[in-house]
Design a protein around this ligand. Structure first.
Ligand SMILES: [Ca+2]
Ligand SMILES: [Ca+2]
Length: 489
C-alpha cells in the first residue's frame, strides 16, 4: 500500500512538472523579445501626459466590456510607489467624466493602477443616490516591475450571475469579483489614454483594445502575443484598437472598424513616441499567386500573355501590391495588382531576359510577391516554351521563260510563319542544270529591312534550270528552302 501511495505521489509530481513546464513555455512565448519591425508605443510622463479620441463616442457606452493593454511602468508599482509618482493613482485607459462638484455629471469606467497599494484596478460609476460614487475592484497582483512589459485585461459583464469582473495578467486569470451594478453613462464622455486632468499614468502603453463583449480567457490568450489580423479588425465587437506604431505626428490610428483615431495632447501634455513597443509579433496573412501563360508552347513572334492574381490563401484579393516577374532568374517586369488582385503582361518579348540571346527556348517564369507588414511573401512558377518560327521564301523571275542571254530578275521575300518579313537575313542562291544532282552557288544575298531580296541574272543556254534559295535559320527561326524553275528557250 505504501509503495502504491508513493507511486501515486511521484506520478502527481511528474504531472505537476509537466504542467509547470508547459505553463513556463506559454509565459516564455508571451515575454520573448519577438518585437516586429516598426512596433512602437506611447511613453507617458506620469505628470500631465495623455491622449484622447476626438469627440465623444457613443460606441463605448457598453455594459459588456473587455479592455486590454500592454503596459510597462515608469517606476516599479508596489505598496508605497505613490511617493515616486507623486500621486495615488495612474489611469491607463478611461471612458469617464468626473466632476466632484456636479453630482449628477459623472459616469463611465476606468482602468488604472493604485500606486499607493500596488494593484491594478477597475472602477465604474453606477446608479446610486450620490452619482459620483463608484465601484472599484483590484487585482491580486500588487507589484509591477518597471523592467517588464505586462499584458493586462479586464472583462466586465454585470448581467452574469457571478464573476462579473475578471482581471487577467499575461493571459492568466488573476482574480474575479461579483458585482451586478451596471455602469452609469452620463453626458459627453471622452475616451482617454494615460488619465487626465489628474491621476496620470507614468510609463509605456501599447496595443490598447476595447471590446463590447466579455472575452473568454482563451480568446485573450490567443491574441495577446500578436497584433490582430485585418479580418479580426473587422469584428464589430472590437470597438477600439490602437497600436501606437506611428512614431511621429500627433494622431494614432484606430484599427477597429469604428476608426476613432487617438489624438495626442498638446505640449507639454503630449506623450512621446517610443520604440520598441510591447513584445508582440506581427500577424502576416499567408498569400498565394497563381497565373497562366498562353499560348504555351508559343512560337517566336507570337504574343504571350501572363495573367494571374495575388490573393490570401482564403482567396481575398490583394490590390495595389507589386509582384516581380522573373525569367530564368532574371527580373523582366514589375507589375502592380489591380483592385481585384489581378496582374497581366502581354507581348512578344517580355519573357526574354537581356542576359539570354534567343527568344526561342524554355523559360522558367516566376512571379513573386515580397510580402509586407500585413502579408507573407509568396511565389509561383511555370515553364514557358517558345519554339522557333518556321520560315518561307517566296520568289519569282521577272521574265520566265526567258531567251538565252537575256536578263531576268529574281525577286523574293523571306517571311516567318505569320507572314512577317525577316530582315537582314542571309539567303544563299544556287542553281542546278541536272535537276538537283549538283548545285552551283551563285551568291549569298542579304534581305532588306522589308525582308526582300533581288538578283538580276543573265539567262544561260537553252534548258531548264532549278534555282534554289536557302535560308539557314537562326536562334529564333527554322531554316527553309525554296526551289523555282527557270525555263530558257
Ligand atoms: Ca505598438
Ligand atoms: Ca508632459
Amino acid at each position: 500500500m505504501k509503495t502504491i501511495s508513493t507511486m501515486k505521489i511521484l506520478g502527481l509530481v511528474a504531472i505537476g512538472i509537466f504542467v509547470f513546464s508547459a505553463f513556463s513555455m506559454i509565459l516564455l512565448n508571451v515575454t520573448a523579445p519577438t518585437n516586429y519591425t516598426g512596433n512602437r508605443c506611447l511613453n507617458f510622463d506620469g505628470k500631465d501626459d495623455y491622449a484622447r479620441l476626438s469627440g465623444f463616442q457613443e460606441t463605448f457606452r457598453q455594459q459588456n466590456l473587455t479592455i486590454e493593454a500592454w503596459i510597462k511602468p515608469k517606476y516599479t508599482i508596489r505598496w508605497g510607489s505613490d511617493a515616486l509618482y507623486g500621486h495615488a493613482t495612474g489611469i491607463v485607459v478611461s471612458y469617464q467624466v468626473y466632476d466632484p462638484h456636479l453630482y449628477t455629471g459623472t459616469g463611465g469606467w476606468w482602468l488604472g493602477f493604485d500606486y499607493a497599494n500596488g494593484p491594478l484596478y477597475f472602477c465604474w460609476r453606477y446608479q446610486s443616490y450620490f452619482n459620483w460614487e463608484y465601484r472599484a475592484y483590484h487585482s491580486n497582483r500588487g507589484i509591477w516591475y518597471n523592467s517588464s512589459w505586462y499584458h493586462v485585461a479586464v472583462t466586465f459583464n454585470p448581467s452574469l450571475s457571478s464573476g462579473n469582473i475578471k482581471f487577467y495578467v499575461n493571459g492568466t486569470l488573476d482574480s474575479q469579483h461579483n458585482d451586478s451594478n451596471t455602469i452609469r453613462y452620463y453626458g459627453n464622455i471622452p475616451y482617454q489614454f494615460g488619465g487626465s486632468p489628474s491621476d496620470n499614468y507614468g510609463g509605456l502603453i501599447d496595443e490598447v483594445r476595447t471590446w463590447k463583449v466579455s472575452r473568454k480567457q482563451s480568446e485573450i490568450q490567443g491574441t495577446l502575443p500578436r497584433v490582430l489580423s485585418s479580418s479580426e479588425c473587422k469584428n464589430p465587437n472590437l470597438i477600439g484598437y490602437w497600436r501606437f506604431d506611428e512614431g511621429s505626428g500627433d494622431t494614432s490610428k484606430d484599427y477597429s472598424k469604428y476608426l476613432n483615431d487617438a489624438v495626442l495632447a498638446l505640449s507639454p501634455a503630449n506623450p512621446q513616441w517610443y520604440s520598441p513597443g510591447a513584445p508582440i509579433i506581427q500577424v502576416q496573412v499567408p498569400t498565394q499567386i497563381r497565373f497562366t501563360l498562353g499560348p504555351n508552347p508559343a512560337i517566336f513572334g507570337q504574343s504571350v500573355t501572363l495573367v494571374g492574381n495575388l490573393t490570401t490563401t482564403t482567396k481575398s484579393p490583394i490590390s495595389g501590391a507589386k509582384v516581380t516577374v522573373k525569367s530564368n532568374g532574371t527580373a523582366v517586369a514589375t507589375l502592380t495588382t489591380n483592385s481585384t488582385g489581378w496582374f497581366k503582361i502581354t507581348g512578344t518579348r517580355w519573357f526574354k531576359p537581356s542576359t539570354i540571346t534567343a527568344y526561342a527556348g524554355t523559360f522558367n517564369i516566376t512571379v513573386s510577391y515580397a510580402g509586407s507588414m500585413q502579408y507573407l511573401p509568396s511565389s509561383y512558377w511555370q515553364i514557358l516554351t517558345v519554339k522557333k518560327a518556321t520560315t518561307e521564301i517566296y520568289a519569282k523571275f521577272s521574265i520566265n521563260p526567258v531567251a538565252p542571254g537575256a536578263d531576268s530578275t529574281l525577286k523574293g521575300i523571306l517571311v516567318d510563319q505569320f507572314g512577317k518579313p525577316i530582315k537582314y537575313a542571309k539567303v544563299t542562291l544556287r542553281y542546278s542544270n541536272d535537276y538537283g544532282s549538283t548545285w552551283i552557288t551563285i551568291v549569298t544575298l542579304t534581305t532588306s529591312s522589308y525582308g526582300t531580296f533581288s538578283k538580276t541574272l543573265t539567262a544561260p543556254s537553252a534548258g531548264t534550270y532549278i534555282y534554289r534559295m536557302k535560308y539557314a535559320g537562326s536562334l529564333n527561326y527554322l531554316s527553309s528552302i525554296t526551289d523555282i524553275p527557270l525555263i530558257v528557250r
